[in-house]
Design a protein around this ligand. Structure first.
Ligand code: ASP
Ligand code: MG
Length: 446
């Protein structure tokens, strides 16, 4: 069985945890292991970049020193024979970052600096495996993970390159998540949290049977454990449900991860490094219709744009004009509701809001509302079932709703609320729709 295992920042966040990861990959027989940077590293590097951009090298140096401490401790606890080699790597990384701070060239330095965490973490882990006499080879992700001019990963190149590199069985291949090369050959990345996506792309490229995403929680929960009490892990989930939940706020998985695996029918497993025995969540094309409601997720930072126009009345082509404005500004729309005289849309990126509004004004009167949250409920929402919508509304329990999107698929309903009502609606839905769930294991990570 070909398996790609990806471990997040906490899973490789200390020498002790790295040792656990080594046991897991041996037990699972991982083909390729994809690693994030040790927890907190990327945030620290992002901060160094912003300080360097402001010319505040002193503060940047302080952060670099605390990173040094973190990695030096890890090296001391993890390695013996290979310790000196690891220390040299750490020094090299620091030297590279310092060089970039001095030279500071906006785009290039930013991406070079940010990539150092994954590079160093994967190198240390490889040294550890080698020290334990596991046959291990470190692969340099920017050599095979490359974006095209559109910013999409070149999957043909990825497939070819990995075919050449992955030849030996009985070898653990270790590589970096998150980092890649842009179409001009400069260092780049797949966006924050992107190492899940790296693992999915690698899994698809090598025709894996399974992509396992290891974090510090025992799978995708039915609701957000940071805000709600009595959530529980869901053991089985369809690709579409997982994609909706990841997109609408379930932090455990980067939203882009599902597509490459769904396309190739590769199961995605969400597992807990701190409790490898726990079942976790298996995401596949099997749909679970044994109960109505499976999970809820919430996504903040949503802006509503409402367009009032009597020109919509009995007209056609109006929505096309609206959509063209968003397309031109490369801004995706999440929710949409329409009436004969108004259309409401939501977006999660304000980057081009001013330009969008300026153009939409030619179509009608515009209203903007910020600080909203989309609450997405997934499950087996068969439209023929009487009383389903009524029970959802009962679950909402009087929390004011701004928009509802229902009927697009049999699998989800999205509701928009002001962010101040988020906790209330999530808890209400949990108490009413999920309270007597059979696979309930009460877990509370709040
Ligand atoms: N280290 C990167 C981040 O913190 C990528 C990842 O962990 O997925 O965003
Ligand atoms: Mg992550």
């Amino acid at each position: 069985m070909i398996k790609v295992l990806k471990f997040g920042g906490t899973s490789v966040g200390s020498a002790g945890n790295m040792k656990k990861v080594a046991e897991i990959i041996r037990h699972e027989g991982a083909t390729i292991t994809v690693l994030s940077a040790m927890s907190g590293t990327t945030d620290a590097l992002v901060r160094i970049v912003s300080l360097a951009a402001q010319g505040n090298t002193k503060e940047a140096e302080n952060i670099l020193n605390s990173l040094h401490e973190k990695y030096a401790t890890c090296i001391a606890e993890l390695l013996t024979d290979k310790r000196a080699e690891a220390e040299t790597l750490l020094e090299q990384m620091e030297r590279r970052i310092r060089q970039e701070i001095v030279l500071f060239k906006e785009y290039i330095s930013e991406r070079l600096i940010i990539s150092q965490g994954e590079l160093l973490t994967s190198a240390l882990f490889t040294l550890y495996l080698q020290e334990c006499n596991d046959r291990t080879q470190l692969l340099h992700a920017p050599d095979f993970m490359r974006k095209d001019a559109e910013g999409k990963v070149d999957t043909v190149l990825l497939q070819q390159a990995l075919k050449d590199k992955i030849q030996k069985t009985g070898t653990f291949y270790v590589t970096q998540g998150f980092i890649c090369t842009d179409h001009e050959g400069n260092r780049d990345n797949l966006g924050r949290g992107g190492s899940d996506y790296s693992a999915a792309l690698i899994g698809a490229a090598i025709g894996a049977d399974e992509v396992q995403i290891w974090t510090d929680i025992d799978g995708m929960h039915n609701n957000d454990p940071r805000f709600v009490e009595n959530t529980y892990p869901i053991h089985r989930m369809s690709f579409d449900e997982a994609a909706e939940l990841a997109y609408f706020g379930a932090k455990i998985l980067h939203p882009a991860t599902i597509q490459p695996c769904k396309d190739q029918g590769i199961a995605v497993l969400l597992k807990n490094t701190m409790d490898p025995q726990a079942e976790g969540t298996r995401i596949s094309d099997a749909e679970d219709d044994s109960h109505d409601f499976h999970a809820v997720a919430a996504k903040d930072g949503i802006t509503v744009i409402r367009i009032y126009s009597t020109r919509m009345l009995m007209a056609y082509g109006f929505l096309r004009k609206v959509f063209e404005v968003f397309e031109q500004h490369r801004t995706p729309i999440d929710m949409i509701t329409t009436s004969e005289v108004a259309v409401s849309l939501t977006i999660d990126s304000d980057c081009h809001l001013d330009e969008i509004v300026a153009e939409l004004k030619s179509l009608g009167k515009i209203e903007i509302e910020r600080d909203n949250t989309i609450v997405c409920l997934v499950g087996c929402l068969d439209h023929n079932r009487q009383g389903l919508a009524a029970s959802i509304m009962e679950g909402v329990c009087g929390v004011p709703l701004k928009m509802i999107s229902y009927g697009a698929s049999h699998r989800s309903i999205a509701m928009l609320v002001e962010t101040r009502y988020k906790r209330a609606i999530l808890q209400n839905l949990n108490d009413t729709l999920f309270s007597n769930h059979s696979e309930t294991q009460t877990d509370n990570y709040a």
